[in-house]
Design a protein around this ligand. Sequence first.
Ligand SMILES: Cc1cc2nc3c(=O)[nH]c(=O)nc-3n(C[C@H](O)[C@H](O)[C@H](O)COP(=O)(O)O)c2cc1C
Length: 362
Amino acid sequence: MGLIDRLSRPLLRALDPEDAHALTLKALRLMPVARAPADPPEIAVRAFGLNFPNPVGVAPGFDKNAVVPDALLRLGFGFVEVGTVTPRPQVGNARPRVFRLEADRAVINRLGFNNDGAPAVLARLSARVRSGGIVGVNIGANKDSADRADDYVRLIDTFAAVASYFTVNVSSPNTPGLRDLQQAGALDDLLARVIDARERAAIGHARKPLLLKIAPDLSLGDLDDVVGIARRHAIDGMVVGNTTIGRNNLRETEKAKEAGGLSGRPLFPLSTRMLAETFVRAEGAFPLIGAGGIDSGAAAFAKIKAGASLVQLYTGLIFRGVSLVSAIKQDLIDFMRIGRLDSLAAAVGRDVADVTAEPWPA
Ligand SMILES: Cc1cc2nc3c(=O)[nH]c(=O)nc-3n(C[C@H](O)[C@H](O)[C@H](O)COP(=O)(O)O)c2cc1C
């Protein structure tokens, strides 16, 4: 795996970012991927009623169409979140729409939920459902939908038999108006409807955990509302969070002008602060997934100590390759041994008081 990364990275970085990504997916689809060694029990995590072999997941956007979830699980990821899937196929925005900010170890994307649509993704997930492993489905609304909440409801009905869990994505900056679904009234209505759909679907299948993915750009007042509503509806967890529309601390000032969501290393301070702020407000009512700028074991452990039970990464894979997952897991094992922890759960939220006492990340 290390060799593949060393050979493929210079080639991939010479290509347009979207072409490079398509090539990566093709390689994962066509090349045999050796199964990573089994994970030691100390990094196993139980959350949302599911048993994760390790806490390191692939963030949505990497495998939007569920083409390679099993290859990713074989590489050693503890779970894969596919999507965002919308009911109908969608082409997304005009290219170029993904930009690598090399000096910042960051990416700006304005893909706009390009995906094959629910029927095609359902066919792929149905074909692999017996393979096991945790594969969550991230759901979103079509850009031209007349009733966006209804799109989420339909997607829950569609995927209830094949999804390990659902993530309701109301935080992509690339579908105009989508993030307004985070506003109190709209979110209350949306969660009522999706929870209802999940309960109805649970009559035929096991009840699937339902998570909410938020933007790191919410104000703390908005976060109070969002977590309060999430708790009232007894959702199973939250993902903190999506890409930011902020452009702080970037060296690549020309590319920084591109519209879209920023991910990668510069997102780490803000997304980690929002994670800790969410942890404080959730008061243990549900677990959190931390995402944003994880590109090392130290960054993953910092997310856990800031309140994450699980972590997800995408942009780190672009700059460090898929061998990042085994490096992070080994580091987590080492950190636990040094700290004499026998489970990761013991580290979750340990640094929340320190993180929330710091000045707001610039
Ligand atoms: C190219 C690209 C496409 C993405 N597409 C989605 C998506 O479809 N749905 C979603 O919820 N998040 C999407 N994301 C956001 C990631 O899932 C993640 O929340 C964010 O990038 C922060 O993590 P990172 O810094 O490790 O990349 C995308 C990110 C990138 C870079």
